[in-house]
Design a protein around this ligand. Structure first.
Ligand code: ADP
Ligand code: ZN
Ligand code: ZN
Length: 734
C-alpha cells in the first residue's frame, strides 16, 4: 500500500432518483474500501453514500469539491460482487445506480445506523469454591436456583431463558455477578447441525433430475424443474441444498411472499436444523438485518426468503433455488423495478454457479428458454403417492340459481366430500361481501372518489372499501344520484361465501383466509394448523391459499368466479387463469385419497375453459405460446414501459410525449415499435392520473440499441412529485 500514490478522490452512490454518481475528496490513507458507507455533505444537509471507487483526479473543479465525512463501516457492507450485480441491474433495468445499490442492502443499513452484529448476552458459571456455593444455597435460594441452571447449561443462559426460570432474574444475576459466581459474554447464534428427518428415497423421476442437475453443479447452468403439484420438487431442492452445504457452500432459497408459511419453515428446520435463516416482509428491519448478517458471516448456510432475499451476500454462494418461479411476486413493481428470477439468473452467471427454478406451472418465458436450450429441462409427472392430481371438471353455472355463489351441482359435491370426511377448498379471489353496489333505478354504482374503480361492500365493517387505495365510506342509505332508497349489491366475495357456507353446512368449521381476516403470518399459520388436524372442514380463500401448501386432508378443490379473466384487457390474463386453475386443483388429493377439482363457470364452452378441462398445463402453455408468437408478444418480444402519473392526465401524457421525442429518432432506425402515450388501464388511481408509453420489439438487441441511444437524454427529464415518470423494463403487462 505505502509505495502506491495516495488517492485523493472517490466516487459515491447516493440513494436518490438521479442517474449519476458524485465525487468527493477523501483524506488519503483514511478511506475505507469500496462498498463502505460514508456520511456525505449533500445540499443543505447530509446523506449516506456508498464508496464505489477511488481516483487520483476528478472533473469537479477544486473550489466546488466537498470533503467526504466519516466512514460508517469497519468493513464494506457490500461486496465487490454485489456492486457489480447492482451495476448490471442499474444498466439492464435502467434504474439509478444509487437507488439500486441501497436496495441491495437490508433496510436497516440504508441510513447511517451502525452495522452491529446479532449478539446475545449470556451468562456462564465460574468455578467457585464450595464455601461460597454453600452460602448462596443457604442464604439466597432464588439466586441458587439460577446458578444451578446456569451451571447445567452448556453454553450459558440468555435473558429469555433466565426470565423463564425467574421473572426477577435481573436482580438475582446482578447479585451473582457481584459474588463473582458467574460471568457474562456475547454469544453469536451458533449452528446446530442436526437432523432427525427421515429422508425418502427418490422416485425414478426425482433421481434422474437430481443427478443431472448435480452433475452440473460446479458451473453456471439454469435448470427448470417442471413438476406437477405434489410431485416432490421440494425434495429435489433439499437434496441439492444438502450437497451444497456439504461442499461448505451457501444457498439462497427464494419462495413467493405467501409461500413462506410455517409448514415450509418446519420442513426446512426438520431437514437442516438451525442452519438456515429467514427473511420476509413481515419481519422488522432489524430482524431482516440480522438474517442478512448471519448469512453474510456464514453463520447460516441457507437464506430462505422472499424476493429481496436475493440480495443476501456471502463469499460462498453455491446454489440459488427459486420455487414457484412463475409467481408474479418476484417482479417488484415499485421503487426499483426488477424481476428477482432474472436477476438471480444473472447473479448465478456472474458467480458461475447453478440455479434451479421450479414450478408446477412454469412461466412461458422459462418454458421458451428451455425450448431454445438455454435452460435444462426436467419433468416430474407423477406424485410419489401414486395418486395423480385431479383432472379439472367444469361445472356450468349459466342461468342457474346460485346459493352463496355455488351451483346446486357444486354444493352436492361439497356435501359428498364432507360426508366422506374430506376437507374442501374453495378459491374465490375477491375479498369482501359483494363487489358491486348499485341502484337499479338509474344505474348508479358506488365508486371510489380517488380511483377509477368500484367500491366493494364489506358487510362486517358496514362500509364500502376501495381495494386500490383503501378509501372507505359508510354504506349510503340511498342512491347517490336519484335518491332511491333501494340500493342493491351484486356478485360475491369471500365474506359472503363464508356466511353462506356456514349456514348451509352448520356442522363443519368454515375457515376463511384472506387479507381481511389474516393480519399476520401467525394468523395464517394458526388457521392452517386447524387444517392440519385433518378433520373435515371448508377452507375459503383468495390467492393466499392457492400456492405452496401441502395439506393431505384436502380431497376436493373448487374455483369460483374467474370468468372475468376470459374478457380481461391484459394479454396475460389467460396464462394467469390457467396457472391458478392448476395450482388450486393441485391442492387436493395430496394424501392417500384421490382428489377432485372443479371449476365453476358460465362459459364452459369457451375454448380456454375447454382446454383447462381437457389438457395438461404443458399443452395449454404450448398453445398460448403459439398465440403469443403470432401476436408478437412476450416471450417473443421484449417490452419496455415508460409510465407517468400526475394530478391531471394531460400532464402525465405531456411528460410521456417529452420522453417519446427523445426516442423517436432511434426508434425510426431500429425494428422497435413505440406505442402511445395512452392512458393506463385504470387511468385514475389513488388520486393520480396515469399514462404509459410502450416500446416493443421482437429483438432484444434492437431494443437495447434504442435505449442506449436515447436514455442519456431521457435521464435528464426531471421526475418530480407533481409529475413523476418511471421506466419498467420487461413490464409484465402491456
Ligand atoms: P412439490 O414441491 O412438488 O409440491 P413436495 O416435495 O412437497 O412436492 O412433495 C409432496 C409430498 O410428497 C410431500 O409430503 C413429500 O414429503 C412427499 N415426497 C416427496 N418425495 C417423496 C419420495 N421420493 N418418496 C415419498 N414421499 C415423497
Ligand atoms: Zn380508490
Ligand atoms: Zn339511482
Amino acid at each position: 500500500m505505502s509505495d502506491k500514490p495516495a488517492k485523493r478522490f472517490a466516487s459515491f452512490a447516493i440513494a436518490i432518483p438521479l442517474y449519476r454518481i458524485f465525487d468527493y475528496a477523501i483524506e488519503p490513507g483514511k478511506s475505507g474500501a469500496a462498498g463502505s458507507r460514508y456520511r456525505l455533505p449533500f445540499g443543505q444537509g447530509y446523506k449516506t453514500g456508498l464508496l464505489l471507487e477511488e481516483h487520483d483526479s476528478t472533473s469537479v473543479p477544486g473550489d466546488r469539491i466537498k470533503a467526504a465525512g466519516e466512514c460508517l463501516d469497519d468493513e464494506p457492507v457490500l461486496s465487490e460482487h454485489m456492486i457489480s450485480l447492482a451495476r448490471w441491474i442499474a444498466n439492464y433495468y435502467l434504474q439509478p445506480l444509487g437507488e439500486v445499490l441501497f436496495q441491495c442492502l437490508p433496510g436497516y443499513l440504508r441510513g447511517s445506523k451502525a452495522a452491529k452484529p446479532d449478539r446475545v448476552k449470556y451468562w456462564q458459571a465460574k468455578s467457585i469454591d464450595a464455601g461460597l456455593r454453600d452460602k448462596i444455597e443457604r442464604r439466597s435460594p432464588r439466586q441458587f436456583e439460577l446458578l444451578v441452571a446456569i451451571e447445567r447449561s452448556e453454553a450459558g443462559l440468555n435473558a429469555v431463558q433466565l426470565k423463564a426460570i425467574n421473572q426477577g432474574w435481573h436482580g438475582l444475576i446482578r447479585a451473582l455477578e457481584k459474588k463473582d459466581a458467574i460471568k457474562w459474554g456475547w454469544l453469536t447464534p451458533t449452528r446446530i447441525d442436526h437432523s432427525d428427518a427421515k429422508i425418502p428415497d427418490l422416485t425414478a423421476e426425482q433421481e434422474q433430475s437430481y443427478s443431472q442437475i448435480k452433475s452440473r453443479s460446479d458451473r453456471f447452468s439454469v435448470h427448470l424443474l417442471d413438476g406437477i403439484t405434489g410431485s416432490g420438487k421440494t425434495e429435489v431442492y433439499f437434496r441439492l441444498i444438502q450437497d451444497a452445504l456439504s461442499r461448505k457452500q451457501q444457498v439462497i432459497y427464494l419462495v413467493p411472499e405467501i409461500g413462506l408459511t410455517s409448514q415450509l419453515v418446519d420442513r426446512v428446520r426438520k431437514r437442516f436444523g438451525e442452519q438456515f435463516t429467514i427473511s420476509h416482509s413481515a419481519l422488522t428491519e432489524r430482524q431482516r438485518y440480522h438474517a442478512w448478517d448471519r448469512f453474510r458471516r456464514g453463520d447460516a448456510g441457507i437464506m430462505l426468503g422472499t424476493r429481496s432475499s436475493l440480495f443476501s451476500q456471502n463469499d460462498r454462494l453455491g446454489l440459488i433455488v427459486i420455487d414457484e418461479e412463475h409467481d408474479h411476486s418476484y417482479k417488484q413493481e415499485d421503487g426499483i423495478r426488477y424481476h428477482a428470477r432474472d436477476v438471480a439468473i444473472k447473479r448465478a452467471q456472474m458467480l458461475d454457479i447453478p440455479i434451479l427454478l421450479g414450478s408446477a406451472t412454469p412461466s412461458l418465458e422459462s418454458l421458451n428458454n428451455c425450448a431454445r436450450e438455454h435452460y435444462f429441462y426436467y419433468q416430474l409427472s407423477q406424485r410419489p403417492t401414486g395418486f395423480a392430481p385431479p383432472r379439472i371438471q367444469l361445472i356450468d353455472s349459466r342461468n342457474l340459481q346460485l346459493d352463496c355463489g355455488c351451483s346446486p351441482a357444486l354444493l352436492q359435491r361439497i356435501d359428498h366430500h364432507l360426508g366422506q370426511k374430506g376437507q374442501v377448498l374453495l378459491y374465490l379471489n375477491r375479498r369482501g361481501f359483494a363487489p358491486v353496489v348499485m341502484c337499479h333505478e338509474c344505474g348508479w354504482q358506488a365508486s371510489c372518489a380517488h380511483c377509477d374503480s368500484r367500491l366493494t361492500l364489506h358487510q362486517f365493517l358496514n362500509r364500502l372499501l376501495c381495494h386500490h387505495c383503501g378509501y372507505a365510506q359508510a354504506l349510503p342509505g340511498r342512491c347517490g344520484e336519484c335518491g332511491n332508497p333501494d340500493i342493491k349489491h351484486y356478485g360475491i366475495g369471500t365474506e359472503q361465501l363464508e356466511q353462506g357456507l356456514k349456514k348451509r353446512f352448520p356442522d363443519y368449521p368454515v375457515l376463511r383466509i384472506d387479507r381481511d381476516v389474516i393480519a399476520s403470518r401467525d394468523d395464517l399459520d394458526q388457521r392452517l394448523a386447524t387444517l392440519r388436524q385433518g378433520k373435515p372442514c371448508l377452507l375459503i380463500g383468495t390467492q393466499m391459499i392457492a400456492k405452496g401448501h401441502d395439506y393431505p386432508g384436502i380431497t376436493m378443490s373448487a374455483i369460483l368466479d374467474t370468468d372475468q379473466a376470459l374478457f380481461s384487457a391484459s394479454y396475460r390474463a389467460s396464462e394467469r387463469l390457467v396457472q391458478t386453475a392448476f395450482q388450486v386443483s393441485g391442492r387436493s388429493g395430496r394424501g392417500d385419497l384421490q382428489g377432485e377439482a372443479y371449476l365453476q363457470t358460465s362459459f364452459s364452452d369457451h375454448p380456454l375453459m375447454q382446454s383447462i378441462a381437457n389438457q395438461s398445463y404443458r399443452e395449454i402453455a404450448r398453445s398460448i405460446t403459439r398465440e403469443r408468437k403470432m401476436l408478437g408478444f412476450p416471450p417473443y418480444a421484449r417490452v419496455v414501459m415508460f409510465r407517468a402519473d400526475a394530478l391531471s392526465l394531460d400532464q402525465a401524457i405531456e411528460k410521456l410525449n417529452q420522453i417519446k421525442q427523445c426516442l423517436q429518432a432511434s426508434v425510426a432506425r431500429h425494428r422497435v415499435k413505440c406505442i402511445g402515450p395512452i392512458p393506463a388501464l385504470m387511468t385514475r388511481r389513488i388520486g393520480r392520473y396515469r399514462g404509459q408509453l410502450c416500446l416493443l420489439s421482437q429483438d432484444i438487441r434492437e431494443l437495447r440499441n434504442v435505449l442506449r441511444e436515447a436514455m442519456p437524454e431521457i435521464e435528464l427529464i426531471k421526475s418530480t412529485a407533481a409529475v413523476k415518470w418511471v421506466v419498467d423494463v420487461d413490464a409484465l403487462d402491456l
